[in-house]
Design a protein around this ligand. Sequence first.
Ligand SMILES: Cc1cc2nc3c(=O)[nH]c(=O)nc-3n(C[C@H](O)[C@H](O)[C@H](O)COP(=O)(O)O)c2cc1C
Length: 306
Amino acid sequence: MTVNLATRIGSVELPNPVMTASGTAGHSTELARHLDLASLGAVVTKSLHINPWAGNPAPRVHATAAGMINSVGLQGPGVQAWLDQELPALEATGARVVASIWGRTVEEFTQAAQVLAAAPPSVVAVEVNTSCPNLEDRTNLFAHSTEATSAVVAAAVAATGRPCWAKLSPNTPLLPDVADAAAQAGAQAVTVANTLLGMAIDPETRRPRLGAGRGGLSGPAIRPIAVRAVYDTFAVHPDLPIIGVGGIATGEDAVEFLLAGASAIQVGTATFANPRATQNVLNELTKWCTAHDINHLSELTGAAHD
Ligand SMILES: Cc1cc2nc3c(=O)[nH]c(=O)nc-3n(C[C@H](O)[C@H](O)[C@H](O)COP(=O)(O)O)c2cc1C
């Protein structure tokens, strides 16, 4: 018996639930010589700004006990250059593409989303990275406020005219409320979650190890937090599709997120240790489902809840 791993994320049908996580698979075909991008549920690009963006000063990554801390700072070519120069090669692989966008103001999100309105059908969805600094409210990330999340998601939905997913931050106790705000504003799904804010200091230099000081912690260290975040979000919004992400490195890790309430998952940091990690997670998930007589993914989603 072949297991049916197809999953529906709002209006988007994916053949399986395993995707790359934004920022860990490049902007185009960087992983294509290691795995078949078309075999994945989707490939999520690094977040794109309306303009080319230089990112943060080096060093940008530092290995931690069970993961890594990064402050890449959203370096990228800008949405239009990505459409013109990076997307064609990615599209040629047959991959389903999710374009991630970011901005520092609602207007910048609107502009980036507007450019994507002209993207080809291979761009199946837009992931709105709300875990970035809100210049109009210097104390906060968009994702830490229900109002700000609502504003950027509504702007992106209206401007792009394609399915939008809101990528949320685990750095706030308001996460289920923010998820609600994103859904009310038109997000067809929420991606839970981005990195956790952290810092590493070099005892010799007495200075932060990352050029930007703080950074985002990712990898196995954050998996229990991400699983909890998915569980809490599903408990409040069982009908809102959730894409789980945070420390997934094996098929069993993916199952944990599905049981917590995810309809799909993304693999990020594991790719830096093994560029085939996303494909391996997919293969292992398929084997796990076969061994456990799972016919359809929906048998797993949210099954850890009473
Ligand atoms: C080097 C690096 C760059 C990242 N860049 C982005 C990004 O551009 N946009 C985004 O939404 N998330 C970004 N993330 C967060 C990941 O997509 C993911 O949410 C997070 O790392 C947790 O998953 P993981 O533990 O599997 O890596 C980045 C993560 C890393 C490690």
